[in-house]
Design a protein around this ligand. Structure first.
Ligand code: FES
Ligand SMILES: [Fe+2]
Length: 312
């Protein structure tokens, strides 16, 4: 009888994710009465707005028996579990148990550091935010006409897709843009920043954490702002968003046209990247001198802190 040699499958037991800001959902999806559930970071979170309108992001799992709180109801500003109607406030404390039992100290849900920026709601993967929510270089949100979009769910690893931001060669080869590479890029603990002064344009880019690339482009003197970001749903999937922005001029139809044009440009870039990113078997292979910024990016990513999401 033939014997079959089986190589054991490697079980990936690492349930950590980068300790940075991740986009949860479009801000426009969360109204005053919304109670939404979002799968991300290998777990599930709930998103809603408190009485002041601030976005709250918390673990979706009820500490009683583990019911999904996104299936519950908003009652007097609190979240009521669908199962036995325990209620939780925006700080995560259990405030009410209908039976009148004493509320156990452990009856809490984790509340993530959260923020709203660039048309998106964000959470920080940690108990406190170690740095600011991602920025678009040169942009003040209140001065922009800006619009966020869900691009969809993709399978390529986020750190590979994000490497686009430090891959200056591919702008010419894949996208056909007449751009140049920066001499230097500034690699800091939580972000990478660079500036390019090209012929007839400037490019100012920032990679934030391991989730977001944003840039300010000035082709022909126009001002274009864009942000690309994604959040892991689990090990094999990530949800991808992008935001486009132009300076608000007071002429709404002109701003609309500028935004539509920019969205078309950004969607072209993404649709050129996606077939490559979604089909590649990524490896940090043979790099050449022109890849030096990419090499710095890969070092930055491998040194970046990781953490098990506190609310799992
Ligand atoms: S499972 Fe939530 S109150 Fe019982
Ligand atoms: Fe690209």
């Amino acid at each position: 009888m033939d014997t079959l040699s089986v190589t054991p499958t490697r079980i990936d037991s690492d349930d950590t994710y980068y300790q940075c800001w991740f986009p949860v959902c479009l801000a426009s999806e969360v109204g005053a009465d919304t109670l939404a559930g979002v799968d991300m970071l290998g777990t599930r979170v709930i998103v809603y707005r408190d009485a002041s309108g601030k976005a709250v992001v918390q673990s979706a799992w009820c500490p009683h028996l583990g019911a999904d709180l996104s299936k519950g109801t908003r009652v007097e500003g609190q979240v009521r579990c669908p199962y036995h109607h325990w209620r939780f406030d925006s700080a995560g404390a259990c405030s009410h148990i209908p039976t009148g039992d004493r509320i156990p100290a452990a009856a809490r849900i984790f509340t993530y550091p959260s923020a709203e920026a660039w048309g998106l709601i964000w959470l920080f993967n940690g108990t406190t935010a170690a740095f600011d929510v991602p920025r678009i270089p040169g942009a003040v949100e209140a001065e922009l006409a800006c619009e966020a979009h869900l691009r969809g769910i993709r399978t390529s690893p986020g750190e590979v897709a994000l490497s686009n931001g430090a891959d200056f060669q591919h702008l010419r080869t894949l996208h056909g843009l007449q751009t140049t590479s920066p001499e230097e890029i500034a690699v800091r603990d939580h972000e990478i920043e660079f500036r390019v002064q090209g012929v007839g344009y400037t490019q100012h880019g920032v990679i934030s954490g391991v989730s977001t690339f944003a840039q300010h482009l000035t082709p022909g003197g126009s001002e274009l702002f864009m942000l690309f970001c994604g959040a892991p749903i689990d090990r094999g999937h990530r949800r991808m968003f992008f935001t486009v922005g132009v300076p608000r001029t007071g002429d709404a139809p002109a701003d609309r046209l500028a935004l539509d044009n920019l969205r078309g440009f950004v969607e072209r870039l993404i649709s050129e990247d996606e077939p490559v990113l979604e089909s590649m078997r990524f490896r940090r292979g043979t790099l050449v001198a022109s890849d030096r910024h990419l090499a710095s990016y890969f070092r930055y990513v491998s040194d970046f802190p990781r953490a098990v999401p506190p609310g799992v």
